[in-house]
Design a protein around this ligand. Structure first.
Ligand code: 5GP
Length: 194
């Protein structure tokens, strides 16, 4: 098991509805040393890529993306959730359905911060059905930017998102891939990775 898998086994809680709660170390209370280690691990995995910006989505993606951007020495841009309708023109826009809240949000990024010269590493905390990542890919495509890769802290391998994104041909690296989790026993099974 790698460092993140070990932490998930120690402190993650399996909830009904295929939700893995990691709010004691990742997305409510945050273990900043663990986040730094996540940043170093993504730098190692994408060391062959020339990244100009890291792109994520608010809110919980930001904490993961920050140490990654620092490792690469590049700016971090995060897509904002917006209810405003008067945003076309200055903003790239995508629609994202939230797995945890079951509602749809427009997410926006200012055209000032992404463009055709950008080579992006897209980062998020979780991958479930892939809506968040597809929204970020849509924004990157609207900007004419190149998606060099996608990095996820925890992928739920029993949901379709990972397969969809990999089938598009993107390089997707997930630090922990949960293949099964049992709400009765709390047992979590990880996919073996190199
Ligand atoms: P997707 O768009 O891939 O269906 O879901 C990804 C988003 O939903 C992530 O940005 C994350 O915030 C949230 N999410 C999905 N599954 C889980 C989960 O099991 N636990 C937590 N804490 N968040 C999740």
């Amino acid at each position: 098991m790698n460092f993140l898998e070990e932490r998930i086994v120690k402190d993650g809680i399996v909830k009904p509805g295929n939700v893995l709660k990691v709010d004691s170390f990742l997305n409510h209370q945050m273990d900043v040393a663990l986040l730094d280690e996540i940043g170093r691990e993504f730098k190692r995995r994408f060391a062959d890529k020339k990244i100009t910006k890291v792109l994520t989505i608010e809110a919980s993606g930001i904490a993961i993306a920050y140490p990654v951007a620092r490792e690469f020495g590049v700016p971090l841009v995060f897509a904002k959730k917006s209810k405003s309708i008067n945003i076309e023109g200055e903003m790239y826009v995508a629609e994202v359905e939230s797995f945890t809240h079951k509602n749809k949000n427009k997410v926006i990024v200012s055209k000032r911060f992404l463009g055709p010269d950008d080579h992006l590493l897209i980062i998020d905390d979780f991958l479930a059905n892939g809506c968040a990542l597809q929204g970020l890919i849509t924004i990157a495509e609207s900007a004419g930017a190149t998606v060099e890769g996608l990095g996820i802290a925890i992928e739920k391998g029993f949901q379709i998102g990972g397969r969809v994104i990999r089938n598009f041909g993107y390089r997707l690296e997930s630090l922990a891939i949960v293949d099964a989790m049992d709400v009765e026993t709390g047992e979590i099974t990880f996919r073996a990775q190199d």
